[in-house]
Design a protein around this ligand. Structure first.
Ligand code: FES
Length: 147
């Protein structure tokens, strides 16, 4: 049911880990399945993503999509990274079963959340970037109220 590429990225995920003092960190979660994804971006002064790492506490498709998403945004400008949609990630993986489409959305949102964090830290406005709805960074900060 999964493509070879999905299995490859699930078994050998690329860019797993953390970046210390990252330019932007995004944490998103899916309330239904409970899966969580965190994306770290290292962005240089020219706005180019030099490095990207992720951690995913979630299903196999979430691991595979976040792995592929990191490969797609690495070396790109912030504006180009914004155009890496969940559809693009799915295409790069040769598709996902319909019930797993939401997992790829998590990857897109994690990138957007990390870009949002980067923009906020640097007082930038990135055209077309909106605060991701499933950004759970703030909820984590006042944990205890919502959980
Ligand atoms: Fe939730 Fe895949 S089942 S991200």
């Amino acid at each position: 049911m999964y493509s070879e590429k999905v299995m490859d990225h699930f078994n050998n995920p690329r860019n797993v880990g953390e970046i210390e003092n990252a330019s932007g960190i995004g944490t998103v979660g899916n309330a239904k399945c409970g899966d969580i994804m965190r994306m770290y971006l290292e962005i240089d002064d020219a706005g180019v993503i030099q490095d990207v790492k992720f951690k995913t506490f979630g299903c196999g498709a979430a691991v595979a999509t976040s792995s592929m998403a990191t490969e797609l945004v690495k070396g790109k400008t912030v504006e180009e990274a914004l155009k890496v949609t969940n559809k693009a990630v799915m295409e790069a993986l040769d598709g996902l079963p319909p019930v797993k489409v939401h997992c790829s959305l998590l990857a897109e949102e994690a990138i957007h959340a990390a870009l949002w964090d980067y923009a906020e830290k640097n007082h930038l406005v990135i055209d077309g970037l909106q605060k991701p709805v499933n950004d759970i960074a703030e909820k984590e900060e006042d944990a205890g109220e919502d959980y």
